[in-house]
Write a protein that binds this ligand. Structure first.
Ligand code: FAD
Length: 443
């Protein structure tokens, strides 16, 4: 009798954040059978929707920019109408200090990098010397080189570029915190330069601000899951992977609960802390685990405040100088009039405040900036202690590639060696690159 045909083991993607989803879509599109296992009851990972009263908010307020090319390509690939889900505005930053407009920085529609140079020169707030020094830095951006194997802090870079204390405090420090989520004295100049170059040196549209007009879960996770299932991939929610079986003959399996699932390839698309936990029992992965241990974490705090629907900001996002609050967003963009979200990146004195005190202090800062606003009617404080890996100077040396020393075992996630900070773009790029490497290994 002929043997019954056995179905080939699928590629198992562990983790349904944006990196895992990107990898799963790319593998599925290339006819690789995929099983995606996600421990939570929903997809999206750190960029997921959460409940807020009777409605929804995001795990943290997210901002995207036009340079997120891999993310935009993935949305297109899934058939998503980008103009419907994302609002695109030319870069425009306004900050307030003690209730008064302090800085206005607007990039006109000129070819890159002239739009950056014009934005610096015409910035309202900083003095002429501050702007001229910033202009000099902007002109150096393309040719500026760090030692090949070295890195310095963003603060050291700005000092060596003779940036004035005022420009550092008003522009560069808030930009560094917003993009690298790491204090300026520790943040990597190498990663910061990469962000500035990707944003400002190629096309003027790359510096556009992209605001999601839908909750994050509906931006990528829900459409991606529907696409995956339509194309034959399996997506299992509420399934936590607790172990890996990697034997010497190249047999691979993941363990979840009592089930052991054989895999042709395993993509660990979890945060780095979980990837390390799953790999730490396997001797060939010891050195890799040692690297992951050095990545560190930075928090992000988000406060949602519900005001009456008439309350709005002068533009979708503003900055607050010298306060606990750093950036304030108007969720009207996302169809939620009156909902204001306040973001505090990285570590700081806010970490030492209890929830009530922190909330009251931020409400006070907003009241000082917008005295006509009434008191909020509801609030939600989200403190994510492990929001991102720490983009500190030298971190690129310990960021792993997608390939691991065990054949068939791969890593995907914002912390891999994309050269970018922890962002949605970094996560998607890592997932796509991981899938591409798997496909190449199959040839
Ligand atoms: C508050 C906050 C604000 C942010 N703001 C921005 C922003 O403005 N712009 C921007 O670009 N980026 C921002 N980021 C960063 C961005 O969200 C992340 O870089 C990105 O979501 C990381 O995606 P990922 O797929 O690499 O990891 P994750 O999103 O962490 O996905 C990993 C997934 O693995 C699952 N998992 C973990 N362990 C297991 C297991 N054992 N078995 C099965 N599944 C498991 C998790 O549940 C999760 O779904 C922000 C992040 C946070 C937290």
């Amino acid at each position: 009798m002929p043997e019954a045909a056995t179905t080939p083991a699928p590629a198992i993607v562990v983790g349904g954040g944006w990196a895992g989803l990107a990898a799963a879509v790319h593998l599925t599109r290339n006819k690789v059978p995929v099983l995606l296992l996600e421990s939570a009851r929903q997809l999206g990972g750190r960029a997921r929707s959460i409940r807020f009263g009777d409605g929804v908010a995001d795990n943290g307020q997210h901002l995207m920019i036009g340079a997120y090319q891999s993310l935009l390509s993935l949305l297109l690939e899934l058939g998503i109408d980008i103009d419907k889900v994302l609002r695109r505005d030319p870069l425009s930053l306004s900050t307030f200090r003690k209730g008064r407009a302090s800085l206005h920085f607007h990039a006109p529609r000129l070819p890159a990098p002239l739009h950056l140079l014009a934005a610096i020169l015409l910035a309202r707030g900083p003095g002429l010397r501050d702007r001229l020094q910033a202009l000099r830095f902007g002109r150096h951006l393309k040719t500026l080189r760090l030692p090949a194997d070295g890195d310095i802090s963003v603060q050291a870079l700005l000092h060596s570029e003779r940036q004035t204390p005022d420009m550092i405090r008003r522009l560069w420090e808030p930009l560094c915190l917003a993009t690298l989520n790491t204090p300026i004295a520790e943040a990597s100049a190498r990663i910061f330069l990469r962000v500035l170059r990707d944003t400002f040196l190629t096309m003027n549209r790359h510096s556009d601000l992209l605001f999601s007009q839908v909750e994050l879960g509906n931006l990528l996770p829900v459409p991606a899951a529907a696409w995956l299932e339509r194309h034959g991939a399996q997506v299992r929610l509420g399934e936590r992977v607790t172990g890996l079986k990697l034997d010497r003959r190249g047999n691979l399996a993941v363990i979840s609960g009592h089930a052991e699932r054989a895999a042709s390839h395993i993509v660990l698309a979890t945060p780095h802390v979980m990837a390390r936990r799953l790999m730490s029992h396997h001797r060939p992965l010891k050195q890799l685990c040692g690297k992951l241990e050095q990545l560190g974490n930075e928090p992000i705090t988000t406060l949602y405040l519900q005001y009456p629907a008439s309350v709005c900001l002068p533009q979708p996002m503003i900055g607050i100088e010298d306060g606990l609050a750093q950036w304030v967003f108007d969720r009207r963009v996302c169809g939620q009039p009156g909902l204001i979200s306040v973001v505090i990146s990285a570590r700081g004195k806010h970490d030492r405040l209890d929830r009530e005190t922190l909330t009251a202090r931020i409400i006070g800062e907003l009241a000082e900036t917008f005295p006509a606003w009434p008191a909020p009617t509801a609030q939600l404080l989200v403190r994510d202690k492990r929001a991102t890996f720490s983009s500190r100077a030298g971190v690129d040396a310990v960021r792993p590639g997608n390939r691991t020393p065990v054949e068939g075992l791969w890593l995907a996630g914002d912390y891999t060696d994309t050269g970018l900070p922890a962002t949605l773009e970094g996560a998607v790029r890592s997932g796509v690159h991981c899938a591409t490497s798997i496909l190449e290994s199959m040839k």
